[in-house]
Design a protein around this ligand. Structure first.
Ligand code: ADP
Ligand code: ADP
Length: 223
């Protein structure tokens, strides 16, 4: 089932064309890696596919919605409810506990507070963070912080999760555990992931690898 369809996405910064007409289809339940040289446009593409940024032209249909025809307010709501994000640096709010950080997108979506708290606690527990629920980010290790960020990305049961170098700041063991977590979530819940990574092992473990070069995209199916 097609979850995401991008048609002729273009993006220029000043007079630097970064995306020169990207066409792309992602199926529900796929884990897709995105690779390419530094400056090739991976983050630019991820931000546009995640609706954090608008393209100069082109269309994005995500979960049945033509995203860029929405106004900014509608798009922000759509993004919060349907899309999860994981960044290289966890971006957790330092003055909130793990539980509160994970709850936040659920509260913003206006879901009942008790339901959100319950799901957040269950998510943290299932990610091995039961005894970190009331800890602040500064009291957790890098691996724990990043798993908390994964729980936050999943709180609203998003259709798709975008990750930008999610293991870029982790040692190799924590990186491997995080990658395994992505595949477990895909196998158990059919969660779809699009992951920008320099980690070759992760890139090759993905179902497909998209390579960005000269503003265009190459698509390789991994065996
Ligand atoms: P990657 O993620 O592959 O390293 P980026 O998408 O971050 O590449 O950047 C692609 C190109 O666009 C780079 O040349 C970068 O300098 C440029 N760029 C990215 N964001 C901006 C911006 N906000 N303003 C101007 N140029 C930008
Ligand atoms: P992980 O494998 O999750 O990265 P570590 O082996 O790095 O965990 O750390 C083990 C324990 O030490 C963690 O459960 C965490 O509570 C604690 N810890 C690690 N780093 C920090 C830190 N910077 N500040 C406070 N506690 C930490």
């Amino acid at each position: 089932q097609t979850l995401l369809q991008a048609t002729d996405l273009r993006r220029t910064y000043g007079n630097l064309p970064v995306l020169k007409g990207i066409n792309l289809t992602i199926q529900s339940g796929e884990v897709v890696s995105v690779v390419g040289a530094s400056g090739a446009g991976k983050s630019t593409l991820l931000h546009i596919l995640g609706t954090l940024d608008r393209p100069d032209s082109g269309e994005l249909v995500l979960a049945g919605e033509s995203a860029f025809t929405l106004n900014d307010r509608e798009l922000a709501r759509f993004r919060n409810e349907r899309i999860g994000f994981i960044f290289q640096f966890h971006n957790l709010l330092p003055e909130f506990t793990a539980l509160e950080n994970v709850c936040l997108p659920g509260f913003i979506a206006g879901k009942p507070e008790a339901d959100v708290r319950k799901r957040a606690a269950e998510l943290l527990t299932s990610l091995g963070l039961k005894d970190r629920i009331d800890h602040f980010p500064s009291q957790m290790s890098g691996g724990e912080q990043q798993r908390t960020a994964v729980a936050r990305a999943l709180i609203n049961q998003p259709d798709i999760v975008f990750a930008d170098e999610p293991s870029g700041n982790l040692d190799s063991q924590n990186a491997q555990e995080l990658h395994q977590l992505f595949f477990n979530l895909r196998d158990q819940f059919g969660q779809t992931f699009v992951i920008v990574t320099h980690n070759q092992q992760l890139a090759e473990l993905a179902d497909r690898t998209l390579t960005i070069r000269d503003g265009q995209i190459g698509d390789t199916k991994n065996l």
